[in-house]
Design a protein around this ligand. Sequence first.
Ligand SMILES: [Zn+2]
Length: 270
Amino acid sequence: MPELPEVETVCRGLAPHLTGRRIEAVQCFRADLRYALPDMSRLVGRCCERVARRGKYLQFFFDDLLLVWHLGMTGKFHVIPAQTPLTAHEHVRFELSGNECLSYRDARRFGYAGLMATDSWEMHPWFAKLGPEPLGDDFDGQRLMAFCRGRKGPIKPLLMNAQVVVGVGNIYACEALFRAGIHPERAAGRISAVRLFRLVDVVREVLGEAIASGGSTISDFSRVDGSPGYFSHNFAVYGREGEKCPHCAGSIRRIVQAGRSTFYCPNCQR
Ligand SMILES: [Zn+2]
């Protein structure tokens, strides 16, 4: 599943192809993905002003209309030459000015899209309750402390709660907790302020490093231009059950928390 760094990579990859381009036509090859597709014909004749990201949502701004897209598990955008024959699992194709198309493929069809008014998107249910961006100034130690105070539940699911901070998915929650030396099962309310401030810093570090290296290749994500990202080689604990910890002689353990696999080092994380 693409996590925030992958979505940011897609956003940065698409922006130069989409910005200033007009939608000449839209072809939807099915009526729904995870949910019913919106009436894409409303975009025809409009110019894309910018491409942005909020949490794991891609945002395509068209004057007073905003197209929002979530990639689900296997969604991918490709910019392809016009007249390219239809490819496997291609569900939507936008014909752009300049003889190129934006193609959306999604083998498992967990992706979804919506059209909303540009001036009120922040009130839309997909966005209204989202916490701050992990790389923005609003996510800081004070905020994390406020959420952790008095909580008896474990830190890892709290770190993945989008009301606390958006876009810290399973992989990066595991990696950040390892780097911060915090046991994933530790009660959130029993972690010192110093360690929570450190956790905020390492969340920014691991996400920033992943974005810098173009997103990971976990699952079958690929970049807009078709080349893979490389961060998956750098995971310290994620997916490494039974392997040696990079910091000590112990081995990486896997447990299940809130239905998700957690990887951690029982020696290094307390
Ligand atoms: Zn260790």
